[in-house]
Design a protein around this ligand. Sequence first.
Ligand SMILES: Nc1nc2c(ncn2[C@@H]2O[C@H](COP(=O)(O)OP(=O)(O)OP(=O)(O)O)[C@@H](O)[C@H]2O)c(=O)[nH]1
Ligand SMILES: [Mg+2]
Length: 351
Amino acid sequence: MYISIIGKAGSGKTTLFQALSGVTKSLNGGSRDIVAIDVPDERLEYLSSVFSPRKTVYARIDVSDTIAIDKGDLKNETLNQKSVQQLRSSDAFLLILKNFDNGEEINPVDDFLAIYNEFILADMVQIENRIERIERQYGKKDAPPYQQERGLLEKCLDHLNNGAPLSLLALPEEEEKRIRGFQLLSRRPMMVVVNCTEQTLSSAEFVAEEFRNTLPPHIPVLAVCAKLEAELALMSPEERTIFMSEYGIREAIRSRIIHIALDTLGLISFLTVGDDECRAWPIKKGMNAQDAAGTIHTDLANKFIRAEAVSYKAFVEHGGFAGCKKSGLWRLEGKTYVVQDGDILSIRAGN
Ligand SMILES: Nc1nc2c(ncn2[C@@H]2O[C@H](COP(=O)(O)OP(=O)(O)OP(=O)(O)O)[C@@H](O)[C@H]2O)c(=O)[nH]1
Ligand SMILES: [Mg+2]
């Protein structure tokens, strides 16, 4: 899973990247760094304290800083190919909007629309080009696979023509697979981070709410002060506590951003426990037990027999596996069981 931080020049992309990754780098823009970060998970922390495993492995996602983008950059192909490819290979976008005052003009809503619409336009251009190529190659000849593709492309184009991103277009699985290869930008989920000044941090929730009411309703919005968060990320736990109480920050926003990002991506995690390893496994919401087993090892999917399952909540509230068995909360699930967020699973597989 790969999340790109995008935004206009000077919006705070690199600062937010530092806040999320804890990696310091020079704020000179244009860098294309990618860092894998652990997904904070209190459930996993608790389970590790119970099992004291040799290893605790968090779910990981990749986060990257990107070059600034602005209106026209994609449509007019002024961005370099590497940067475009980086955007296209992202699974989701975290769009940061400048809402802090450093003497320059601030237009966060305009900035949002510039990039949001740019992605829609870029997809339109790409689809139109593809349709043209199909026509040139096959003319009006009846070549069914291409006619099918053309039908799908035209459906997408209609949708984009209404000013809506492709992330809001529901497609049957077959078409979904077909469209994936095009790496269309507006098909990716997007979340917004409003980057505020230190002074307005106390009203961050109010600011976020305002933006939620202004931006399209499907876009998750958070308000942060990226600069403070980046400083927090580099501190020792002791320093952090003092700093947070000074600024009246209740929780570092890092964990919230990451969790909203995962939710935007439609990801949940299941957990595995043992003396050797406690681990969180990220999977797509709706995945069945057999496919989930396959994320651990393909053999476990191929030779799947049953999944032993206990929800994390039941584990905590009923005193572990033994208590859950007594209370009838320890389950044996089959291949088609839809795995839930926080399920603690143990896969039984044949030899
Ligand atoms: N006051 C304030 N300043 C910030 C905040 N976030 C970033 N800045 C400042 O704004 C400037 C630009 O931040 P960057 O993180 O480099 O922005 P960027 O989007 O990576 O910029 P480019 O890569 O050049 O497009 C820096 O001087 C930051 O210190 C913030 O939350 N509050
Ligand atoms: Mg930068």
